[in-house]
Write a protein that binds this ligand. Structure first.
Ligand code: NAD
Length: 359
């Protein structure tokens, strides 16, 4: 089976980590008698330098013509002084919006070998494997009207609008139910239905979807309780689904349970499962070019890509087992290093995963 992948290394450490992820993808394809066809695209700062804009139409056309997209990260101090609308990060927002990537998947997986890296007790987080599904293109971050105005009392007043229509809730709901089906068939919908009408509708629509997914157990939780439960007993969850703002906050909270930002993959999907995969972290300007960046978040993003867009779950499992095996050997990049383990470079960590794949 051949898959067409658009690689967008981006800025900063992006090229270093995407390079290792590509080697892993090539190896897993070879191992299974498959093939990968690559195209390459510019996004962010490097695109501004080469084309004058953060997202060039050529990159977008390649993205639309690919089976999936693997992105490193974009941005950096070189472009920090550009005006807001011209910054590298705008390229990211533009490509997400142009491709209608409304479903953001943020797994929080803690490899048991790294349990000590978490700020929580290891027994609370060891073996953690949860998935947060966040609505990415609606809610209060996009709702109109919004702004800052002078109110009737002559005082400045800031305002935003939290709105979701039924079709938006349905499509993120279906995306989450589908994810739950690929895992443990348990879905927790997070809202604030005791206060916000928009989320009363959210809860009603989520409940209505159970008719389509009778095999998935749906529960509901208020967002304040969900935040508390995530740090009290995160392993109670399988899949959580929530709106844009709650998802933004809860997914960062869940990410930190795992201790290192260098380990966290993510996916953003459209309604057909076409998507863009990227590590949760940024371009790490403080370590760029030193060969010490952790490539595992990007490698684990490749595993997600195989599972969710390319329908190759076995290849995905093989990559995740290989990552675990590299960690079992005591190999650590600097960000996850602890006494008694062996510190390795970015290419050495990539090579260890490649070598574990063929064992
Ligand atoms: P960052 O994630 O780049 O770095 C935060 C800290 O984590 C740094 O100390 C960095 O060295 C470390 N780190 C990050 N990834 C690592 C890895 N793979 N291995 C080891 N250490 C790693 O966040 P920041 O410093 O806030 O942002 C830097 C730039 O990245 C900014 O321009 C920001 O806009 C951009 N950014 C881009 C994305 C994206 O492309 N999706 C996401 C976040 C930030």
């Amino acid at each position: 089976m051949s898959h067409k992948i658009l690689l967008i290394p981006g800025d900063g450490i992006g090229p270093e980590i995407v390079n290792e992820a590509q080697k892993v993808l090539d190896s897993v394809a070879k191992l299974n008698g498959g093939a990968i066809e690559y195209t390459y695209g510019l996004l962010g700062g490097c695109s501004i330098d080469a084309t004058g804009v953060p997202l060039h139409e050529e990159t977008l056309a390649k993205a639309q013509d690919s089976d999936a997209i693997l992105l490193g990260a974009v941005g950096g101090p070189k472009w920090d002084n550009l005006e807001h609308s011209a910054k590298p990060e705008q390229g990211l927002l533009q490509i997400r919006s142009a491709l209608e990537l409304f479903s953001n998947l943020r797994p929080a997986i803690l490899f048991p070998q790294l349990a000590e890296a978490s700020s929580l007790k290891s027994e609370v987080v060891s073996g953690l494997d949860i998935l947060i599904v966040r609505e990415l293109t609606g809610g209060i971050y996009f709702g109109q009207p919004r702004g800052i105005h002078i109110n009737d009392a002559g005082e400045r007043e800031g305002f935003n609008t939290y709105r979701y229509c039924e079709s938006e809730i349905k499509r993120i709901g279906r995306s989450a139910f589908e994810m739950a089906r690929k895992r443990d068939n348990r879905l927790c919908s997070v809202d604030k239905a005791n206060v916000l009408e928009a989320t009363v509708l959210w809860r009603e629509v989520m409940r209505s979807l159970t008719a389509e997914y009778p095999d998935v157990e749906l529960t509901h939780m208020y967002v304040d309780n969900a935040a508390m439960q995530l740090v009290r007993d995160p392993k109670q969850f399988d899949v959580l689904v929530t709106g844009n703002m709650f998802g933004d906050i809860l997914s960062d909270c869940a990410a930190m349970l795992t201790g290192s930002i260098g380990m966290l993959p993510s996916a953003s999907l459209d309604k057909n499962g076409h998507g863009m995969y990227e590590p949760v972290h940024g371009t790490a300007p403080d370590i760029v070019g030193q060969g010490i960046a952790n490539p595992l978040a990007t490698i684990l993003s490749v595993a997600m890509m195989l599972r969710y867009s390319l329908n190759e779950p076995t290849w995905a499992d093989q990559i995740e087992v290989a990552v675990s095996s590299a960690l079992d050997q005591g190999l650590r990049t600097a960000d996850i290093y602890s006494a008694g383990t062996t510190k390795v470079s970015t290419p050495k960590m990539g090579a260890a995963v490649v070598s574990a794949l063929s064992q």
